[in-house]
Design a protein around this ligand. Structure first.
Ligand code: NAD
Length: 423
């Protein structure tokens, strides 16, 4: 899981970028002003206090949130993050992004996000479990398999999801696996969930390369963030013939012109805790990685790493956004004007939520798919969504990001107008 100090996007940037994108797509779509007004606000915001007995016997009270942005296309879906700096504005921005992400890949969900202000590194396992169980109880009035289905996010993991599932199930008197996704396989998690986001990045990159007439064999790739998303994406792209010239983590990056041996890099990171110091590779900074001479750049760590300041120096021809919000609104325009194709986060990293959807469906049916079934369905979803976005990009003469927002917004707006305004 990502380190807390680096994990969060600069939150004002995130909300601002999301709003600016929605505005420009709404204008192009000539969106009904009433619908736009509704979409600019979250549907439901819940703030809870979470009193916990700490290991030393004292009582500590934490604060948590669950925000549901829009539920027109289905139940709410989105992760829960535990972080000392998480706040309502950030959770709201991320909930909104989830609405667009689910709509782009056409899965029947609305967007949500949750957060608890805490530093999980300072909590014991027992404290973390009690915090999770009490938070689950507090938000249980709005979550459920048909209402809102949480998932892991920054500093939450399959174990936390298992506690949420167990708490909700205990309160209902029977097992309710479909209340969360990202669970351990042993209690109803899906095959392929761990690698889903990284594989989605690979499939989206493949689609983009074929539209650009780019040969992946021999293409040089730089990956920022050698974690869950970045390492899987790097490995998948290597299997397609790419040369992975650089990878990084929070301590810095490594570069090798002939290409890195990823198996050896992973073993090195596992034993030392970082890719830094990998023998035979040249150390580079995370800033240098962004502007490295390469063909494909995969930011898969933090938000706001491609900015007004460095967008002019990006040398890749294709940017595949594994991370959420790695490119600022202004940087996006600079890249577009420079002819650099950006596969936006709401498409490129949607593999995680797609397989979460598969996990939910499997949980509801008590019927489990093989990894091959999961990955081939994922590929189909990402390819179809890429094509849907690409068609709009050509039709409107806009960037892939604007086209993705056009697609998302039009799907949500259509559902809203069909359902009508209650009462
Ligand atoms: P992770 O914690 O597994 O990996 C993150 C990696 O980034 C780690 O290698 C970490 O060392 C590195 N990192 C941290 N700070 C950094 C810094 N300052 N500079 C460079 N690298 C740094 O997390 P993840 O699950 O791979 O998530 C990565 C990104 O992808 C996040 O933006 C996350 O929101 C996004 N994302 C993840 C998923 C998913 O399913 N995991 C889904 C959608 C989006």
């Amino acid at each position: 899981m990502i380190e807390p100090e680096g994990a969060l996007c600069k939150r004002s940037n995130l909300l601002e970028a999301a709003m600016l994108q929605v505005n420009s797509a709404a204008e192009l779509l000539k969106l009904d002003p009433g619908i736009k007004k509704i979409l600019m606000e979250p549907k439901r915001v819940l703030t809870v206090s979470i009193p916990i007995r700490m290991d030393d016997g004292t009582v500590e009270v934490f604060k948590g949130f669950r925000v549901q942005h829009n539920l027109t296309r289905g139940p709410a879906k989105g992760g829960i993050r535990y972080h000392p700096e998480v706040d309502m504005e950030e959770v709201t921005a991320l909930a909104m992004l989830m609405t667009w992400k689910c709509a782009v890949v056409n899965i029947p969900y609305g967007g949500a996000k949750g957060g608890v202000i805490c530093n999980p590194k300072l909590l014991s396992m027992g404290e973390l479990e009690r915090l999770t169980r009490r938070f689950t109880t507090e938000i249980s009035i709005i979550i459920g398999p048909g209402k809102d289905i949480p998932a892991p996010d920054v500093y939450t993991n399959p174990q936390v999801m298992a506690w949420i599932m167990d708490t909700f199930s205990m309160e209902h008197g029977f097992s309710v696996p479909a209340v969360v996704t990202g669970k351990p396989i042993e209690i109803g998690g899906s095959q392929g969930r761990n690698e889903a986001t990284g594989m989605g990045v690979v499939f989206a990159t493949e689609e983009a390369a074929s539209r650009l007439g780019m040969h992946l064999t021999g293409s040089r790739v730089a990956v920022q963030g050698y974690g869950n998303v970045g390492a899987v994406a790097a490995d998948g792209l290597k299997n397609l013939g790419c040369i992975i010239v650089a990878v990084s983590d929070s301590r810095g990056g490594i570069y090798s012109a002939p290409g890195l041996d990823l198996g050896a890099v992973s073993r090195f990171k596992e034993s030392t805790g970082s890719v830094m110091g990998f023998p035979g590779a040249k150390p580079i900074t995370n800033e240098e990685l962004i502007t490295l001479d390469c063909d494909i750049l995969v930011p898969a760590a933090l938000g706001s790493v491609i900015t007004m300041e460095n967008a002019g120096q990006v040398r890749a021809r294709l940017v595949s956004e594994g991370a959420n919000g790695p490119t600022s609104f202004e940087a996006d325009e600079i890249l577009y004007k420079r002819g650099i194709t950006v596969i936006p986060d709401i498409l490129a990293n949607a593999g995680g939520v797609v397989v979460s959807y598969f996990e939910w469906v499997q949980g509801l049916q008590n019927f489990y798919w093989t990894r091959d079934e999961v990955i081939s369905q994922l590929r189909r979803r990402i390819s179809d969504s890429f094509q849907d976005v690409f068609v709009l990009k050509e039709e409107y003469g806009v960037s892939m990001r604007t086209a993705a927002y056009l697609l998302a917004l039009s799907r949500v707006a259509k559902a809203m107008s069909l359902r009508g305004l209650y009462p």
